[in-house]
Design a protein around this ligand. Structure first.
Ligand code: SF4
Length: 365
């Protein structure tokens, strides 16, 4: 397994727009049980993790774990993943006190802060919870003081009431914090969330959201963080290695409830229920027919600006893309990809309309 993902399924409440699996009111016993099982599974999988190069702690809110739990978790991962070159952890700014920053950076060399927006009115509009504790500026200062060199900020746009001017202002505030990486996603009303219920019936403004996506590309690109994936921007050399590996068809092991894994042939997803996961509920296994799997690998790499070289695709998939030449030719004719003998990459239009690219490759006859 080239990449390891650990899902930390705890938050202190639930944001109205959130569809990620997390327990909103974890108690100490629950967290310790989760840790014990993760430590056991790390041990069990140790032989498959010797050459793993990236580790990603996602959630939920990994940074709300108490410091002693984080230290035990980090020690165990460090031992079974000796070759890790990139260790990322998601953090909520309010948790990042100087002490927490020291613990996080004792193992993670990449921290992404879930800022979402600097505008409290916009955050209210999507039901993002507020907390006492450090704001984004203070959290960044604490992480930099602790020696962090690779800082990411996560933002959302197209929030209800947001105008291009407000979005520009958020991007400018984000850039003032000098991050190496920015992820920016448009808010989506995920079915079943309170936010989706609130906006039901009001049509999504795709044109406005598309304009904000373009705006992010221009503004962040001019500031030295060019887009390298549909929703991700980085200073050169600071692209997320974990995500880039996953987009390029590499194997990954996911531990924790709701975590997904891919071994090059099958994909499996752990149950989205902490109690059931602790009780050993089996994962749901997705046996993907060969052609669909190749189409998926090809389309995921086309989320990235660099796309694929023929050689890289051959290594990831075990064969070339000749089976998809009709679809790739057609996508090139529609201006969605550029196609050469040994490389294929999305155009800007192909990134903006990636769903069309994906549909054409995954449902290829
Ligand atoms: S902090 Fe993140 S994972 Fe937790 S409820 Fe809010 S959006 Fe969901």
């Amino acid at each position: 397994m080239r990449n390891l993902y650990i899902h930390v399924p705890f938050c202190d409440g639930k944001c109205d727009y959130c569809a990620f699996y997390s327990e909103p009111a974890p108690d100490g016993a629950m967290v310790r049980q989760w840790l014990d099982r993760i430590l056991y599974q790390l041990e069990e999988n140790a032989p498959r993790l010797k050459r793993t190069e990236t580790v990603y702690f996602g959630g939920g809110t990994p940074s709300i774990l108490p410091n002693d739990i984080l230290k035990r978790l980090f020690a165990a991962v460090r031992e079974v993943v000796p070759a890790a070159v990139e260790v990322s952890i998601e953090a909520n700014p309010f948790t990042v006190t100087p002490e927490k920053a020291a613990v996080l950076t004792s193992f993670a060399n990449r921290v992404t802060l879930g800022v979402q927006s600097f505008d409290p009115v916009l955050l209210d509009a999507v039901g993002r919870r507020k907390h006492a504790g450090p704001g984004p500026e203070e959290a960044v200062r604490n992480l930099r003081d602790a020696g962090l060199r690779n800082l990411g900020l996560d933002l959302m746009y197209a929030l209800p009431g947001e105008t291009p001017e407000l979005w520009r202002h958020d991007l400018e505030l984000a850039l003032k914090l000098n991050p190496e990486h920015i992820s920016a996603y448009s808010v989506t009303p995920e079915p079943g969330t309170p936010f989706a219920g609130r906006v039901a019936g009001s049509p999504e403004d795709d044109a406005l959201s598309g304009a904000m996506w373009e705006q992010a590309g221009v503004l962040l690109g001019a500031a030295g963080l060019p887009r390298y994936e549909i929703s991700n921007y980085a200073r050169p050399g600071f692209e997320s290695r974990h995500n880039s590996n996953v987009w390029h068809g590499q194997t990954y092991l996911g531990l924790g409830p709701a975590a997904c894994s891919f071994d090059g042939a099958d994909r499996w997803t752990q149950v989205s229920d902490l109690r059931a996961w602790l009780d050993g509920a089996p994962p749901e296994i997705d046996r993907i027919p060969r052609r669909a799997r190749l189409g998926e690998i090809l389309m995921m790499g086309l989320r990235t600006v660099r796309g694929w070289t023929r050689r890289e695709f051959e290594v990831a998939s075990g064969c070339g893309w000749d089976d998809f030449s009709t679809q790739l030719d057609e996508l090139a004719e529609r201006g969605l990809v550029t196609l050469a003998a040994d490389a294929v990459a999305p155009t800007e239009r192909g990134l903006a309309f990636w769903n069309d690219v994906a549909e054409s490759l995954v449902f290829a006859p």
